[in-house]
Ligand binder design. Structure first.
Ligand code: DGL
Length: 275
């Protein structure tokens, strides 16, 4: 069997993937924290949304995407999707072995929220797949079993955000309906456990009026990525990186929507790995 190539070279790119374009919130935060690093982004738009898919499908998709990112010489693979992080992180890690570092979006957020002062009851809003995995609760309780975790699936939010419905009357009504559910009562912290949700953070903050600590993955994961690359001496020495943003199924409407997630228009390329 051919020896697997090791991509752990500082000047190799960081691979980031998500079910679609929501993970661009994480990609954007990484480019801000690490402006010299080259990003290879892959959005699996052919299979969007991941939130309703079976664990076996998510594992299958994630491995094929990891394979693509390894072929593109990525030194690190960031699973910028909570659903894939919850259901496929261990599988991806096993598959990648020592060829590259693998980062999920759950561990850095769990670390952040459990380190906060005065935390007792933590709310988690996410896709059905992430909530069903129960991974946030398990990981939080592994740090501190006294912490109470209330997880609520909020499936309408992903489609709502992708269709550009945020910061308006309709989004406020849907967000308020979810956040006022008895399940989330008396929380002191709320994890936005979906990489689409940084876009509705202002509305969630408006709802809680500073009474709840709201944690989203983008900035937290970017800092984690920075610290890990620094620790492993894998920060690039080059400048002016040329990023690439791939999707498995290109449409003009996806390209148009990238602007809200990445805060500037980017060119999408198709990597039709399923066709
Ligand atoms: N961005 C994905 C996540 O963080 C959610 C979108 C989807 O259901 O595909 O879970």
């Amino acid at each position: 069997m051919a020896k697997k190539e090791n991509n752990l070279n500082a000047n190799n790119p960081i691979g980031i993937f998500d079910s679609g374009i929501g993970g661009l919130t994480v990609a954007h935060a990484i480019t801000k924290a690490l402006p010299n690093e080259k990003i290879i982004y892959f959005g699996d738009t052919a299979h969007l949304p991941y939130g309703d898919k079976s664990p076996d499908s998510i594992k299958y998709y994630s491995i094929r995407i990891a394979q693509l990112l390894l072929q593109k010489k990525c030194k690190m693979i960031v699973i910028a999707c909570n659903t894939a992080s919850a259901l496929a992180y261990e599988t991806v890690k096993d598959f990648v072995g020592n060829q590259a570092l693998v980062v999920n979006v759950i561990d850095p957020v769990v670390e952040e929220v459990t380190n906060a002062k005065k935390v007792k009851r933590i709310g988690v809003i996410a896709t059905k797949g992430t909530v069903k995995s129960d991974l946030y609760a398990q990981k939080i309780k592994a740090v501190n079993e006294k912490l109470d975790v209330a997880s609520l699936a909020t499936p309408l939010l992903v489609g709502m955000i992708e269709e550009g419905f945020f910061n308006n009357k309709i989004s406020r009504t849907i967000i308020n309906d979810y956040l006022s559910r008895p399940k989330l009562s008396k929380i002191d912290s709320l994890i936005l456990a979906c990489t689409h949700f940084p876009l509705i953070k202002p509305e969630i903050e408006e709802y809680y009026k500073g009474k709840v600590n709201i944690v989203d993955s983008a900035g937290v994961v970017a800092k984690y990525v920075h610290d890990l690359l620094k620790k492993k001496k894998l920060l690039t020495t080059q400048k002016n990186p040329q990023h690439h943003f791939y999707v498995s199924d290109y449409t003009k409407s996806f390209e148009k929507s990238t602007k809200v997630f990445f805060r500037k228009k980017i060119k999408l390329e198709e990597a039709a790995i399923w066709k």
